[in-house]
Design a protein around this ligand. Structure first.
Ligand code: ADP
Length: 458
């Protein structure tokens, strides 16, 4: 565009000069006057050559450098622009009126190019050719082209370097994140955390947005690490606790069996057998509980979804609970008709865990109460199940841990050494699988109430 504009501007001024000189020539009456007119063209930046001049026209402007134009060549030359073909793609910026002339380029084998405007003769004026040097314009446009290419190359290079530098800078937190993640994967050091990409002081605006995203990624990653760390520690604790719990009955069984190999009185043998059997039962229960929890952890779909009439479950629990009671009085405070969706066997298991606990931690003569009520919970129907006892209660400092696996209060250990500390953990899992909630209220020496709220069928 730059090239085309410049060449067309030159064409415009050449044409204007030629038309002006031709008009002046007609007015000039003497050869001397004509010579003056032609010479004056030099000040307009063009050299005038007379072509096909009628007799009486002699002069041509004095310019040693300009080529003399052969009329024969001028007639044969093909008209065309002075700018390179590529420039024809650029939009036209400069236009000049058509006065019936032709533009050509005179390019001698050696030396600079010349622009030639051929204004043919008419009855009222002689034919003239205006010649202007293209040397300077050509040179300046060539230089301009070189500068363009050079700045393009340099600019691209600088942009690439900058982009590379910026990318490396912006990706640094990602690189550190990756390295930390790799190291954690290798060493299992889940207690490690990645550094949050810091506010880089004079950081650029775009970098801020980038940092926000990276900060979010880092903090999400750290949260994930925290939960992994917790799960990993929990897993290790669980294995340790489980081994410990299994070892106690096993030791008792082995001890009793060893006793049987020796010669001991029959009465003692009988006691050893009963004890071994009781410990084996305890072991079987423990393993069954562990299996339930393992399935729960594996997220195995062990909960069926049927309609379960909770009143029937409570009746079944009352029947089974008779074996659990040791001198306590079990009564039912309320038993509404309410249906939940879920697994009937698990519901019974849940209720029995609670009644078993209530019986275990309540002395003979104490009170156990079961209540099943149909309630409205936030506009929806729910089944409210509660098991209350007048037992030893739970100390406030122990209350937050009762759902933890293998947790047993010291008071519970003293009272009922047979427990495993898994019951409430399983109860909580069953309730959660039914999208319900379970809470424990307790006062030391007064009693404990476990409340369960389950979404019910409308
Ligand atoms: P377990 O009863 O086998 O010890 P659980 O998980 O069922 O295990 O209960 C965990 C702990 O919560 C018990 O060891 C006991 O300290 C306390 N606990 C649970 N239910 C009661 C209750 N009804 N009265 C007093 N303490 C209870």
């Amino acid at each position: 565009m730059h090239s085309r504009t410049h060449y067309e501007q030159l064409d415009g001024s050449m044409q204007a000069a030629a038309v002006h000189i031709a008009a002046e020539l007609v007015l000039a009456s003497t050869p001397g006057a004509r010579d003056t007119v032609i010479s004056a063209a030099t000040s307009l930046g063009v050299v005038i050559r007379l072509i096909d001049a009628p007799p009486g026209f002699v002069g041509q402007s004095r310019d040693a450098g300009a080529p003399s134009i052969d009329p024969g060549w001028l007639r044969r030359a093909t008209p065309g622009p002075a700018y390179p073909p590529l420039a024809t793609l650029a939009p036209v910026v400069h236009t000049h009126a058509d006065v019936g002339g032709r533009f050509t380029v005179f390019a001698p084998a050696s030396g600079a190019r010349w622009r030639v405007f051929d204004l043919p003769a008419t009855p009222s004026r002689p034919g003239i050719a205006a010649v202007a040097p293209l040397e300077q314009l050509d040179a300046s446009l060539t230089t301009f082209g070189h500068v363009m290419v050079l700045s393009g190359v340099v600019g691209t290079f600088v942009t690439l370097v900058m982009a590379w530098w910026m990318a490396a800078r912006l990706l640094r937190p990602v690189v550190s994140l990756t390295e930390t993640a790799e190291e954690i994967a290798r060493t299992r050091a889940f207690d490690r955390r990645v550094a949050l990409p810091g506010a880089g002081g004079n950081a650029h605006h775009a970098q801020h947005a980038q940092h926000d995203e990276l900060a979010r990624l880092s903090s999400t990653f750290n949260r994930m690490l925290a939960s992994l760390e917790q799960a990993y520690a929990g897993q290790q604790r669980f294995v340790a606790d489980a081994s410990h719990e299994i070892r106690a009955p096993l030791t008792a069984i082995i001890g009793n069996l060893e006793l049987l190999t020796r010669s001991v009185p029959d009465a003692e043998r009988a006691v050893a057998l009963i004890e071994a059997r009781r410990e084996a039962d305890r072991l079987a229960r423990l393993v069954a509980d562990l299996l339930t929890l393992a399935r729960a952890d594996a997220r195995a779909r062990v909960i069926r979804t049927d309609y379960v009439a909770m009143a029937d479950v409570v009746s079944d629990a009352l029947r089974d609970a008779r074996h659990l009671l040791r001198g306590q009085v079990l009564s039912v405070d309320a038993i509404d008709h309410v249906v939940v969706t879920g697994d009937r066997d698990r519901m019974l298991q849940l209720l029995l865990i609670l009644v078993d606990n209530a019986a275990k931690y309540t002395p003979a003569g104490g009170q156990l109460h079961i209540a099943l009520r149909r309630v409205a919970d936030g506009g929806r129907t729910a089944a409210a199940l509660s098991v209350r006892d007048s037992g030893v209660g739970i100390a406030p400092e122990d209350l937050p841990y009762v759902f933890d696996r293998f947790f047993r209060s010291d008071r519970a250990r003293a009272r009922e050494p047979g427990g495993s500390g898994l019951g409430l953990g399983i109860a909580q899992w069953i309730v959660e699988q039914h999208r319900g909630t379970i809470t424990v209220d307790s006062t030391l020496g007064v009693g404990t109430t476990v409340r369960i709220l389950l979404p019910a069928v409308e």
